[in-house]
Design a protein around this ligand. Structure first.
Ligand SMILES: C[S@@+](CC[C@H](N)C(=O)[O-])C[C@H]1O[C@@H](n2cnc3c(N)ncnc32)[C@H](O)[C@@H]1O
Length: 505
């Protein structure tokens, strides 16, 4: 096979995925007791990388890394290669080819990423993917492999069956997608199961490529966790832990009535039980070679060697006196409950420093300072603080990193100047249709069309007033007349957002 027609016809939305950042993966490995290779100069392989929307920003951020992507869809691989060439980025390449037939001389990689691939390829390619991990992972390397989980997919199978059964497989992908939308309307009228109806409603507004490749693809084979673990075992690999948010860990411990120490030997069973208990649909597994030492569960003590970042806000007055639970919300709209005053103070300190990171000691003292500043007792119970931090880290409210001093972007430091200039990656992403702009910490930025145009124009040649006037003229063309003063205000707002996301240089 020399290409994958379905992805040529309907390319996947190729986004930066924060959980695949090597500094995050290395931090997760550290929580599980071992040191993964240094991210800043790592070799990184991404399998099924689509057009490189995840890999290219990683290569950009770490110029000393060496990044290789492999993609079977010719359209996507060529789009990625063209983007890289236009950017002139020397440390990343995308190979057009089958991950099951990689060139022999690729060498070892410190990080291997395969997001959205394993469950969506035939069994022979699944086996090949695990072989690639074993053959090409360096001794302390980490692989990130996401897959659909049988426990949660059980209830969704009727939806996949209806969509595949009632649409014509021989149609080109975009036409079949249109047919699927009509089937969703029929199902919404026919069905009563709330889980299925919720998914039907979600699919109606989801990205077309998601609906198509998840529900109409030839392969989508959710797997039970135990079977996945067996597959790893058969390939000389081991499950290290979860890279995805784990809000159910604590409940699992409660449900099993076991202390974490008692669960150690039965960790894989516990993971499987978790999937059943919470109807888990998707996992992001961290994998290492089976001779890599690793600990279960994640160790709170290991937090002391890491740094952290977070972008959280709380919409009510923060109570730093009492351990009342309050919701902290991230830009994606996810809410993280925090009760301990010191942890609330830590969330405030991290958000003020975002996108910069604070190492553990700095975080502790910043939290104590915030408490003191607001007249609360700055005393911290060290063990309780670490446990609370681990909880919010496992939820992904606070992200851990091993890259303390080496986060070279230092984005907060660059304020919009007289003639604002965005970095070349951000400008090219903004100016190229079909590309998502990646912000600091590898997040996908949700920019509207005028925001993209503005970002694409930030080449340092225009003053803010000139940019505002240009935006005013552009909006007027589409029938939106706004006074120049308002446009100036909006332009400044956008520029500050770009600055916070590390896009300005
Ligand atoms: C669901 S998409 C995920 C894309 C990307 N990893 C992401 O998460 O945005 C699966 C990707 O794997 C690619 N793919 C499927 N089989 C492949 C193979 N045998 N070798 C290389 N790439 C493959 C597809 O073309 C597609 O781009």
């Amino acid at each position: 096979m020399d290409t994958l027609a379905s992805y040529d016809e309907l390319p996947y939305d190729s986004l930066p995925l924060p959980e695949t950042q090597p500094d995050f993966l290395a931090a997760m490995a550290r929580l599980h007791g071992f040191d993964a290779p240094k991210p800043s100069c790592a070799r990184i392989l991404e399998l099924g990388c689509a057009q490189g929307g995840n890999l290219i920003p990683l290569a950009w951020r770490w110029p000393e890394s060496d990044c290789v992507g492999v993609e079977l869809s010719q359209v996507q691989a060529e789009a990625g290669a063209a983007f890289i060439q236009a950017l002139g980025l020397p440390n990343v390449r995308i190979l057009h080819g089958d991950l099951a037939a990689l060139p022999d001389d690729l060498g070892e990689f410190d990080y291997i990423i395969a997001h959205g691939v394993y469950s969506w390829v035939p069994p022979s390619v699944q086996q090949a993917l695990l072989e690639v991990c074993r053959r090409h992972l360096s001794p302390r390397g980490i692989a990130y492999l996401s897959f659909n989980v049988a426990a949660g997919w059980k209830t969704l199978q009727p939806l996949r069956a209806a969509l595949t059964g009632r649409t014509a497989a021989e149609l080109p992908a975009p036409a079949r997608f249109e047919q699927a939308l009509r089937v969703l309307d029929e199902l919404a009228a026919e069905w009563t199961d709330p889980v299925l109806l919720k998914e039907v409603a979600y699919l109606k507004s989801a990205a077309p490529s998601y609906l198509f490749h998840e529900y109409l693809a030839e392969f989508n084979a959710p797997m039970a966790f135990a079977e996945f673990a067996d597959q790893l075992d058969a390939h000389g690999l081991r499950y290290v832990g979860e890279a995805g948010p784990r809000n159910a860990v604590v409940e699992l411990e409660d449900a099993w009535g076991l202390m974490p120490e008692g669960m150690a030997g039965r960790w894989l069973d516990a993971e499987a039980a978790l999937d059943d208990a919470f109807a888990i649909r998707f996992r992001r597994a961290l994998i290492a070679r089976d001779d890599a030492p690793c600990a279960q569960p994640p160790q709170a003590e290991a937090l002391c060697g890491l740094a952290f970042y977070a972008d959280l806000r709380c919409d009510e007055e923060i109570d730093l006196e009492a351990a009342t639970e309050q919701g902290f919300v991230n830009p994606a709209g996810n809410t993280f409950p925090i009760a301990m005053p010191a942890m609330k103070a830590a969330a405030m300190a991290l958000s003020a420093a975002y996108p910069g990171a604070l190492d553990y000691a700095a975080l502790r003292s910043a939290a104590a300072q915030v408490l003191a500043q607001y007249g609360a007792s700055p005393e911290l119970d060290e063990a309780a603080f670490r446990d609370a931090l681990l909880q919010v880290v496992l939820l992904h409210g606070v992200m851990p990193t091993v890259a303390t001093g080496s986060f070279s972007i230092e984005p907060g430091a660059v304020e919009p100047g007289e003639r604002p200039r965005a970095n070349a990656l951000a400008r090219q992403q903004a100016n190229t249709p079909g590309w998502v702009v990646s912000g600091a910490r590898h997040v996908a930025l949700d920019l509207d069309a005028p925001g993209r145009v503005l970002l694409g124009r930030l080449d340092g040649s225009r003053t803010v007033d000139e940019l505002a006037a240009q935006m005013q003229a552009m909006l007027a063309q589409s029938g939106r007349d706004l006074p120049l003063e308002r446009l100036r205000e909006l332009t400044w707002q956008q520029l500050w957002l770009f600055a916070r996301q590390g896009l300005l240089v």
